[in-house]
Design a protein around this ligand. Sequence first.
Ligand SMILES: Cc1ncc(C[n+]2csc(CCOP(=O)(O)OP(=O)(O)O)c2C)c(N)n1
Ligand code: SF4
Ligand code: SF4
Ligand code: SF4
Length: 1006
Amino acid sequence: MDQEDIRSLVKEEFIKRFRDRAMSPERPITRGTAENPETFFTHREACNPYYDAVPEVVERYLGEISKITGREYHLFSYYGAEDADRIVILMGSATDAAREAIDYLNGQGQKVGMISVHLYRPFSIKHLLAAVPKSVKKIAVLDRTKEPGATGEPLYIDVKDAFYDVENRPLIVGGRYGLGSHDTTPAQIISVFNNLAMPEPKNHFTIGIVDDVTFTSLPEVEEIALGGAGMFQAKFYGLGADGTVGANKNSVKIIGDNTDKYCQAYFSYDSKKSGGFTCSHLRFGDTPIRSTYLVTTPNFVACHVQAYLHMYDVTRGLQKNGTFLLNTIFDADELEKFMPNKVKRYFTQNNITVYTINATKIAQEIGLGNRTNTILQSAFFRITDVIPVELAVEKMKAAIVKSYGSKGQDVVDKNYAAVDRGGEYVQFAVKPEWANLPDDAEKQDDAPAFVKELVRPINAQAGDLLPVSAFAKFGTADGSWEVGTAAYEKRGVEAFVPVWNKDNCIQCNQCAYICPHAAIRPFVLDENEIKGFAAADDTLEMKAPAAMKGMHFRIETSVLDCLGCGNCADICPGNPKLGKALTMAPFNPDAPEMKQEAKNWEYLVKEVKTKQHLVDIRTNVKNSQFATPLFEFSGACSGCGETPYVKLISQLFGDRQLVANATGCSSIYSASIPSTPYTKNEKGQGPCFNNSLFEDFCEFGLGMALGNKKMKERVAKLLQEMIDGDKASDEYKALAAEWIANKDDADKTKEIAPKLRKCIAESAAAGYPVCKELQTLDHYLVKRSQWIIGGDGASYDIGYGGLDHVIASGEDVNILVLDTEVYSNTGGQASKATPLGAIAQFAAQGKRIRKKDLGMIATTYGYVYVAQIAMGADHAQTLKAIREAEAWHGPSIIIAYAPCINHGLKAKGGMGKSQAEEKKAVECGYWHLWRYNPALAEEGKNPFSLDSKEPNWENFHDFLMGEVRYLSVKKAYPNEAEELFAEAQKMAKIRYQSYIRKAAEDWSQE
Ligand SMILES: Cc1ncc(C[n+]2csc(CCOP(=O)(O)OP(=O)(O)O)c2C)c(N)n1
Ligand code: SF4
Ligand code: SF4
Ligand code: SF4
C-alpha cells in the first residue's frame, strides 16, 4: 500500500480530535490523578463503550484494506476446506507454516483448515464464531507461550470461553509451540491435525519437542518438502566471520534483483561472539514463499568447513538426489578416509551428487588469505544453475567493484579471480558399497555425563533433538547449569597461536594476565610433577618467588582454546637482548607439534597442582597469575577488552565469589547454554553466576548481598547460642567467638571456617540441635565476595537508577562496569558512555554531547570506593584497584576501559592490539586512571589519587584516527569532523583538569 492509499483511509476529523486531546496550556486538563476507592472502579468502567466498538471498527477498516489490496483480511481469517472437520486456531508467523500443512493435507483428501487471529484484544467472540465453518467438529488452539500453573494458555482459554454457550460445540484442545523462537514447521502442524483425528485428542500438548517426562508432546511427523513446485532450498554451513553469510546475502540480492524469482534468506548463529557456527538458509521459488521456518529439506548443502563433517549433522534433511558441496583441502582418497561413515552412507542411500573444491588453497594462491567466500559463492552458482552462470558471474563482479573498488584494482582483480576460479570444483565419487556402513565408533574420553549427554549434542547443533528427560535428568529444571563446560569445547578455530621460547622468557606472567580467553598460563611443576611431563626439558628453573625457588616454570597455551588474538605476543616484553618470548605461528590442529601442545596442556591442567597457596596472589601481577582462572575459554570475540577483567577477578576472589550480571556481552559470553566459562577450583569452589535483566542488575546483586548478610547474622546468632550454652567445648566456643568477631574479614574467615566446620559437624553428630542447624548453613562461613557486572549501557543508562540506589545503600558490593562506550551486545548503539565525536548507532553523525563521568558522580557519596582502570595501560593499577575495591567494606565501583570489535581498531592485528590500544588511550589523554578510596579520607588523606601521567595531548588526534568509530566521521562529514575531534579533545581535557583539581584537595582539616 502506498501513502495515498493509507491517507484515503484516514479521516482528518479524527486526527484533529485526537490532537485536540493532547496536553496544551491553551486548553488545560489534568491527567494522572490520584483516585480514591469510592470513584476509581466506577470511573474505570466508563471506557467500556470505546473498547466495545473496536472490533467492528477494525473489521470495517480491514474490509477497506481488502478492497485496495485485493487480499482479504478479517479479525479472524479462515483458510482451508469449506467443509473442514478439524481446524487449528493460532496467530502470527506460524500461520504460514500451517497454511502449507493444510494445503498438503487437503491435497490428500482430508478436510482441515485454520483460523488466523488478527485482532487478539479486544477478543470478539461474535466474529470468531462467524469465521468457524459449521462443519468443524474439533479445534486445536495453538499458543506460543507457556503459563505455568494456568488451566491453559490464553488463546485456548478465550476460544473455549467463546464456545461455552454454543450448542453442539466442537471439541476444543490446546497446545504450545515455538517457545523461544523454536522453529515451527508444517510437519508439526500436521501432527496437530493427526492428534485431532484421534477419538480422544490429547489436550495441553506440545509440538516440535520430545517430552518424555510429562508426555505432553505429540508424535513427530517426518519433515516434508513443501512450499510449491520449483522451490529451491539451500543450506550453507560456515564459520563465524568467514564471509559465508555475507556472500549468501549477496547471492540472494543478485537473484532477487535480476530475476522474477521470489527469494528468502535467514541466517542462524550460535552464541559465540566470533569464530562460531553459522548456517545460512536460502529459498528461491517461482511462487511467493510462505515457508516461515528454517530449511529442513534442502536440495543443496554447502559445507564450507571440512571439520564440520565430524562436528555437525550437515546432511540432515538433504533431499534424495540432492547436491552437496564441500570445501576441503583433501584429495579424494584422503577425503574418503576422513569422511565419517554416517555421511558416506547418507550420500549413497540418497543418491547425492557430491562436489569438492579446495577453496582454501585457491584463496591462498590468489592472495586472499583465508577469504574463501567468493570462490564458494561462485561454485554455488555454477553447480546449481539457479540463474544463468554468465549472469551470476557478471553480477558477482559488479558487486565486487562496489565493495572493493575504493581499495584499488589489485583487490578487485583478486576477487575477480576468486569468481573465475569458483569453477574448479570436482565431482567426488559416491560408492555403492557405502550404503550399509555402520556408524563410526564414538570417541571415548573422560568427560562427565553432563557434557557427553547434554553439552555436546547442543554444541553439535542437535539440541532440538534432545528430549525433555535429558534436561530433567541433570537437575536443570530450575535453570541451573553445570559450571566449567566451556573447557570441553576445544574449538580450535584460530588461524595463529602463540609459540613460547623459554630462552627469552623473563617469567613475568603478563601474557597470562591479559589473555582474554585464559588460554595461556604459567605452570609451576615440582619434582614429582615434572617427571611425567613430556616437555620437561622445555621448562625454566624458577628463581623467584622464593617459595617456588627451584621448581619448574612453563608458559603453556591451550592451542585448542586460544582464539589467536595475538595480544599475548604483542605485550610480551621478553628478554631485552634476545627479544620476545612469544611469537604467533600458524595453527593446524592436525600438525604433530600442535597435537603435542594440546597434550602438554592436558597434562598440566590435570596432573599439576596449583601453587597459588605458596604466594600471596594479590601482591603483584606476576603472583596473581599463579592463581587458576575460574573464568576460562568464554565465547567472547577474539581479543575482547572486557574478559581479561572478568578473568582476573575470578582468579583473585573466585573461590568465594557471587556474580550478579547485567544482560549484555558479559552475560552472553559468561552463560550461554551449553557453554559455561565460569568454573571451579581443585576444591570444587568457584564463582556462582546469575543473570537477571539489563535494567536491574545492581538491585539483583544487592538482593544477593542482603540475603547473604541475613544468613550470616543467623549463623552468628546460632554460634552465640553455642557459646552461651553448655554443650560445646571451650576450644570450640573460642573458635565461634573468633568467627563472630571476624565474620567480615575474608582471610580470617577462610582460616577459621575449616576448623569451625569440623567442630560444627562433630557437635551435630553428637546430637546438638544448634549445630545441626549450623551445619546446613556452614557454606556461609567464608566471607563472600559480591560482584555486580555490567556494560556501560546497563550502568550508565538503563540500570543507572538501580546502580545509584545500590551504591547509596552503603552495602558491601563491588560493581564492575565494562566500558566499551557502546551497547556492544546489540551491535554498538550509543550510550551515555559514548564520547563526543564517536560514531555509533543512534549517533550516526558522531555523538554531539560529552561522555558522562559516572565515576565522579559516584565519588560524591564519599563512602563509595571508585576507580577508573585500563588494564593494558597499567597492569599494577588495575590489580590494585580491584584489590582495594574488594577489600572496602562498603560499595565499590570500578569502571574498566574495554576495547571492542565495535570500535574498529585500525592497527595491524586489530583486536590483537586491544591491550596496546588501552595503553594508547591513557597516554594520549582519552582515558584516565584514578582511584577514590574512602579509607584514606578516614585517615585524613585525600581519597582521590590520579594514577595516570600527564597525557601527551599531541597524540589524541592520532588515537582517534586509529579507530573506525572516529575515522568514519571524518569520511562521512569531512567539514565537521575536525571540529568535532577538537571538541572531543577539549572535553577530555576538561575531565582531566577536574581530576587534577580533585587530586590537589587538602583533606588534612576534615
Ligand atoms: C530492557 C532491555 N532493553 C534492551 C535489551 C536488549 N539488550 C540486551 S544486551 C543490550 C546491550 C548491552 O550493552 P552494555 O550494557 O553496554 O553491555 P555490553 O554488551 O557492551 O557488554 C541490549 C540493548 C534488553 N535485554 N533489555
Ligand atoms: S593469542 Fe590471544 S587468546 Fe591466544 S593465548 Fe594469546 S592472548 Fe590468549
Ligand atoms: S609475557 Fe613473555 S616474558 Fe612474560 S611470562 Fe609471558 S612469555 Fe614470558
Ligand atoms: S565486548 Fe565487544 S569484543 Fe567483547 S565480546 Fe562483546 S562485542 Fe566482542
